[in-house]
Design a protein around this ligand. Structure first.
Ligand code: FE2
Length: 278
């Protein structure tokens, strides 16, 4: 990465690197994601949560995904009786959260000296990759992801979390691309996702409003592009009402020199410690 990109990252809070992954690399994790979805049997653990028991199961399913690989359904995927409205492969919201450590195909995609070099350039001198997510943004039902900052989910002291967002398909406004607030990483952390026991919830920290769309920039990027962004950068993505999916893959890394908060939802056991990019 050039010093020009370093400057872009520190000035804007993000940098766009086209052609970071090639078509064969993208095809490999798309195929693997298909296989994981094929093997997934929705057993109602995410059924419409009308009772406390269902809420508890949703929490367990989510929190338990920290050290394994699980599929998550789109909110609009189930009907009132908790049955899939459409084909399973078109109903998945995402897969998370430890593919990069547990699945050889995802592991290959998620590591390498090229990623380590980008991490260095954006100031992650000792990166630890905590989380991987394969995001489907399905045609027609792909949901909006409201404005947020990824640092809300990965608090460290000092703050260090950085997002590595790979476009696996062309992303544009029609299929729900990312929107960012250039320079917004200089603002405060507005919320923290705090785990306590078997539950986790958003806690407000700062009342600074989220940007409006005039302050935001759509990141229309082609497949293979890596967008690397600062943990405080406000970002959002609209719903996908188009006929085409918008697959993306993300990694979240912190710096081992910073202290990882014990109240972060994602914790690793000694058997599966977070690793770097190489
Ligand atoms: Fe995010």
């Amino acid at each position: 990465m050039s010093s020009e990109l370093q400057q872009t990252f520190s000035g804007q809070g993000f940098a766009v690197l086209p052609g970071f992954r090639n078509a064969a690399q993208i095809a490999s994790i798309r195929q693997r994601a298909r296989e994981l979805v094929d093997a997934y049997e929705p057993d109602g653990e995410q059924a419409v949560f009308s009772t406390q028991e269902q809420q508890r199961r949703v929490n367990d399913y989510f929190l338990g995904s920290a050290q394994t690989i699980r599929c998550f359904l789109e909110e609009e995927a189930l009907d009132a009786n908790g049955r899939l409205r459409q084909d399973k492969a078109l109903s998945i919201n995402k897969i998370g959260h430890a593919m990069h450590d547990l699945d050889p195909v995802f592991e290959r995609f998620s590591h390498g000296s090229d990623l380590a070099a980008v991490a260095q350039d954006v100031g992650l001198l000792r990166p630890l990759v905590w989380q991987s997510m394969y995001i489907f943004k399905q045609p027609a039902i792909g949901g909006e992801v409201r404005w947020h900052q990824d640092a809300s989910f990965f608090v460290t002291t000092p703050l260090s979390v950085t997002t590595f967002w790979f476009a696996l398909e062309d992303a544009h406004q029609g299929n729900g691309c990312l929107w960012v607030q250039p320079g917004g990483h200089r603002g405060p952390l507005r919320e923290q996702f705090v785990r306590s026991g078997d539950a986790a919830a958003i806690t407000p920290l700062d009342a600074t409003p989220w940007p409006n769309l005039h302050e935001a920039q759509p990141l229309e990027v082609s497949a293979g592009t890596l967008v690397v962004f600062h943990g405080l950068l406000p970002h959002y993505s609209g719903p996908n009402r188009s006929a085409h999916s918008r697959h993306a893959y993300t990694l979240h890394a912190t710096d081992a020199r910073a202290t990882y908060a014990p109240e972060n939802w994602l914790q690793r056991s000694r058997a599966l410690p977070p690793r770097g990019f190489v």
